[in-house]
Design a protein around this ligand. Sequence first.
Ligand SMILES: Cc1cc2nc3c(=O)[nH]c(=O)nc-3n(C[C@H](O)[C@H](O)[C@H](O)COP(=O)(O)O)c2cc1C
Length: 171
Amino acid sequence: MADFETIINTRRSIRQYQDKEVEDEKILKILKAGMQAPGSRLGAEPWEFVVIKDKDTLAKLAEIKPRVKTAPVAILLVANIERAFYKLHWQQDMSAAAENMLLEAVNLGLGGLWNGVAPTEETMDKVAELFGLDNENQKPFCIITLGYPADGLKNKFMDKFDEERIHYEKY
Ligand SMILES: Cc1cc2nc3c(=O)[nH]c(=O)nc-3n(C[C@H](O)[C@H](O)[C@H](O)COP(=O)(O)O)c2cc1C
């Protein structure tokens, strides 16, 4: 387990993975981290998750989002609007969960990637069709791919700090 500062600062988008399974316990921890995220209304968060390990399904998903290609596991984040209290806030709710999941992946020695789905309607429609979502109430938000980073790739610090973006007291 890494310390929090290290996790935050070394997280990188990892787009290629080793051909090695991700342990179920790690997947569960990542799902739990997602559900620990802040949400627009406690107890009425829209998030649901589809864990995909089946090679055929991953291959079909990779036709929509190519970065899925080498991932041993992908997690589709679905916003179930019927669960939500603040129905317009689903993208924020889902984003908070997604980031928590990516950070937990780093903590567990994995690489992860946020593969965007929403708000691109064409991509949402394709993913909804593949998983039989109604797309009105069950909105595919993103796909988090996970795995052990391929050779030469790892989570590492990259300085993204930019002082010019900080304003004190007034803009
Ligand atoms: C909303 C969102 C959508 C993204 N979609 C994709 C994507 O479809 N494909 C991809 O390779 N990376 C995607 N990314 C990852 C970004 O490209 C990545 O976070 C960015 O380049 C910064 O690199 P870093 O994550 O290593 O800091 C997405 C990130 C976010 C937040």
